[in-house]
Design a binder for this molecule. Sequence first.
Ligand SMILES: [Fe+2]
Ligand SMILES: [Fe+2]
Length: 211
Amino acid sequence: MPKRRAGGERESRVALLHAIAHIELNAIDLAWDLIARFAEETPPRAFFDDWVAVADEEATHHGLLAERLTALDAAYGDLPAHDGLWEAAAVTADDFLARLAVVPLVLEARGLDVTPAMIGRLERAGDRESAALLRRIYQDEIAHVAAGRRWFEWVCKRHALSPVETYHDRVRRYFKGMLKPPFNEDARSQAGLSAAFYAPLACHSRETAAE
Ligand SMILES: [Fe+2]
Ligand SMILES: [Fe+2]
């Protein structure tokens, strides 16, 4: 897949919004999948309330992005899409802790790291509508990461596991590669995700730093 870049060109903005719309569509399915697949772990009612709310917000995000694509004379489905999120879902289908560690607490947290720069690029390109939409999504995603962290810790507590050590274990086993800095420490800490979780898993190669 080509790298996503939000430049001044309409095509590059469409490519960016299309890629995010695809992530949001997968995120709807992933929230429902979490509810259905791991219900046998018998989490409390609040678990289901949280993830139904997440699914609802992901659907709103997808819908708003699809509308924005229409306004830019494009449509969701026009472009090929990256399958990374769904691959992560398949790999973690048998492990509740791995699913929570990799999907909300690696991939959605990564969204918090990269979104502010995307918003900045869209603003510099004069696309205020798209920038405002990404800003709204960014705020909602902080709460999704927080829900992931809350339920990850709940499962850990139930099995008398250390959340930080268990996170390291599951990410190393189920997520290919290291976590890419720089991290959005402010947004991550708003979601209750302290550096103890992610800093030890960060890669520090020059190649990655240049990306
Ligand atoms: Fe979303
Ligand atoms: Fe989300």
